[in-house]
Ligand binder design. Structure first.
Ligand code: ADP
Ligand code: NG1
Length: 434
């Protein structure tokens, strides 16, 4: 296909994987550690550097049209998350990091098999792959941590205010191990998953594009406002506080204590923008221009209590999960499953990022033998991840297939990618011709 598109052959190839987040949902952008692993599905780009300053992109999937632009005038339209804009995020991130305005051009053919908008990070895999393509074309070097940080920052050009989990695991993943990803500074530690159980991904077949809706950014802003209100309540300098983790660190208290402080400081009834302004002593104009993102300017209510409760409890569950993996007691699988179930309940009830199909799928997975099952990724659709004892895997797959996919006549063309067991895969790579 590369040959028929560009009349030449690629000089090198780059791959970057998607991921499944085992536990720790919607807490990376609050500063808290998460526990993902890379999946086998990835973004693969065939590349030929060219002498002109033209960037030409093509895709093996006809859903994604060809695109061409000058490599020294990169424009990313935040209002339309078209596929090529994700590539441009990675490209621009590297360009800016090295302060380059004149980049050589390239021909690229993209091929991806991560189900899009399904919580397995297809978007970040594309951004990371494009970043590594650009670095390779330039003949420059960066560490994996630097690449992850650059791509986490540059993916925000698409308009979503994400944390760094997806880009970090795409670069730092290693085959055979999940990773605890910690931030500020970014680092990844191996987490040995229990033997005797398998992680199974099931796609609800409901797609939710983060950049095309405001669901995701509203949650980020609710957490930001909760952090400011909590900081002000405890007499901290709240002006520069952006993340819930900063409040905990500044107060020097445990996550459990943060849950108590949340009970005291915030009320369960939703906050209007006017109430937020009066709590912080700022004007509506200041709230909009100095705190909220462009696509959350007109949000009528903010649920600060519920979001903070989810974040602090989920952050604690991640640490418990890692500890159980390390200590491996006899009932490891059961304990991990319970934490995954608690995580789903909190995502559904406190963070409101589930949907009826995900809740149904999680129930079906538990009914057919999963010790734990939860939504993974941003939610509002997309995939679940379930922890299934290895000896139940075959019957689990058959029963879930029948109960969710056959019975509901779900998108069968997607069937192969909809329900599968997965194990920790490796991170991004460059393949050069020998
Ligand atoms: P995810 O949770 O998978 O990251 P997003 O909604 O954030 O989902 O991003 C999905 C977007 O990523 C798609 O709408 C598309 O623009 C882009 N994308 C995903 N897979 C591919 C692919 N194979 N080729 C090109 N673009 C892709
Ligand atoms: P996905 O599942 O790829 O939409 C998003 C964010 C993550 C994280 C999760 C929720 C981006 C690129 N990704 O992931 O940082 O916040 O939601 O845990 O914004």
């Amino acid at each position: 296909m590369f040959n028929s598109k560009f009349g030449s052959i690629p000089k090198f190839y780059v791959r970057a994987p998607g991921r499944v987040n085992i536990i720790g949902e919607h807490i990376d952008y609050c500063g808290y550690s998460v526990l993902p692993m890379a999946v086998e599905q990835d973004m693969l780009i065939a590349v030929e550097p060219v002498k002109t300053q033209t960037l030409q992109l093509a895709n093996t999937n006809p859903l994604y049209p060809d695109f061409s632009t000058s490599s020294n005038n990169i424009q990313i339209d935040k209002t339309k998350p078209l596929w090529h804009n994700y590539f441009l995020c990675g490209f621009k991130g590297i360009q800016e990091h090295f302060g380059l305005s004149n980049l050589t051009g390239m021909n690229c053919l993209v091929d991806g098999n991560i189900p899009p908008s399904s919580g397995l990070s297809s978007s970040s895999a594309l951004v990371c792959c494009a970043g590594l393509v650009t670095l390779t074309v330039l003949g420059m070097n960066l560490s994996k941590v630097e690449l992850a940080e650059i791509c986490a920052k540059s993916e925000r050009y698409i308009g979503t205010e994400g944390g760094g989990m997806d880009q970090s695991i795409s670069f730092l993943a290693e085959e055979g191990t999940a990773k605890l990803i910690e931030f500020s500074p970014l680092r990844a530690t191996d987490v040995k998953l229990p033997s005797g159980a398998v992680f199974v991904i099931a796609n609800s077949c409901v797609e939710m594009n983060k950049a095309a809706t405001s669901h995701f950014n509203i949650r980020v802003m609710e957490c930001r406002l909760a952090a400011k209100l909590l900081a002000k309540y405890r007499g901290l300098q709240w002006g520069k506080v952006l993340r819930l983790e900063e409040v905990q660190t500044k107060l020097g208290v445990s996550l459990e204590e943060m849950l108590w402080i949340t009970e005291d400081a915030l009320h369960p009834e939703p906050y209007s923008p006017e109430e937020v302004c009066s709590c912080l002593g700022i004007s509506l104009q200041e709230l909009r221009t100095q705190i909220l993102s462009p696509n959350t300017q007109d949000v009528p209510i903010f649920k600060l209590y519920q979001r903070a409760k989810h974040v602090y409890s989920e952050a604690a569950r991640v640490l418990q999960f890692k500890k159980i993996c390390e200590e491996a007691p006899d009932d490891t699988v059961q304990l991990l499953g319970e934490l995954m179930n608690q995580s789903h309940a909190s995502c559904r009830d406190m963070y409101e990022c589930s949907c009826p199909e995900l809740d149904q799928l999680v129930d079906i997975c538990r009914k057919f033998g999963a010790q734990g099952s939860r939504l993974t990724g941003a939610g509002w659709g997309g995939c679940t991840v379930s922890l299934v004892p290895a000896d139940k895997l075959t019957s689990f797959l058959a029963n879930v297939h029948q109960a969710y996919y056959e019975r509901n006549n779900r998108n069968l063309t997607f069937e192969k990618q909809s329900l599968f067991a997965t194990k920790p895969g490796g991170g991004a790579l460059v393949f050069l011709e020998a």
